[in-house]
Design a protein around this ligand. Sequence first.
Ligand SMILES: C[S@@+](CC[C@H](N)C(=O)[O-])C[C@H]1O[C@@H](n2cnc3c(N)ncnc32)[C@H](O)[C@@H]1O
Length: 271
Amino acid sequence: MEIVDLDKWDYVSNRVKHILKFEFDNYSEKFIKRRFEVRLRILGIKSYMEYLDYINNNPDEASKLLKEMTIHVTNFYRDSTVFDLLRKELLPRLINQAYLEARPIKIWSAGCSTGEETITVAILLDQACRNYGRWIRHTILGTDRDKQSVISAISKRFFPEQFKEMPKELIDKYFDQHDDYYEFKGIRNENIRFEVGDILSAKTPNNLDLILCRNTVIYFDNSAKSKLYEKFFEILKHNGFLILGKTESLIGPARDKFESYNLHEKVFHKN
Ligand SMILES: C[S@@+](CC[C@H](N)C(=O)[O-])C[C@H]1O[C@@H](n2cnc3c(N)ncnc32)[C@H](O)[C@@H]1O
């Protein structure tokens, strides 16, 4: 699609930022423009100025654009091999450490979308505790900047297609199956919370054993990523782990601070 007033981009994007109350400065311009273009195409609008006019006069459009900017694709056990590693190696280590130090395990799923990643970790923690033969207290926090996704996560109801990578025995054990959805039954002494929050600006949890930040920062610019990874290093406990998405890499000073635990699975260790 040819946009007729490319030179108006800065003006329009600043106005839209104000309307959306979303500081997308940390996202790459190319990505943001592409998201705008999707909306322009759907609406048959050919210029940014005309779109600004439209968004000013149609209150629903702001949430549609915002949704377009935050892509929520996720599923249980997504990229299964990293969850196998979590189950076999990382969680047993973290459980043992927490047990010896007589304290709970703290986990943060940053950019949790509709909750599948967070609940996968909770299930694997439950499994790992059973294998360990002791129950360890836990706090598992899932956060996302998209309110609708968080509301959906809190409902703990999921569509069948979200389970394609999840081992069947785990589905049978942890979910009640209804006609067209599955409902999470929970785990022992469950302490899972979902909250709305922007990982770049909201208050972060601290003293964490494990952070999963997968497929969430791909559209951030390098400076935002670099600051975020340094923040992750600070808020992890000694011996804690950071897991990134399959296509992501550590950048900035955090690269030298973290030890690469398993580069293929994008697992980093605070040693
Ligand atoms: C593709 S989903 C990833 C979900 C899950 N981590 C996974 O890998 O399956 C990316 C999520 O990141 C969220 N997100 C994007 N930017 C964010 C930000 N600045 N703060 C919090 N969440 C953000 C989006 O709303 C979206 O739900």
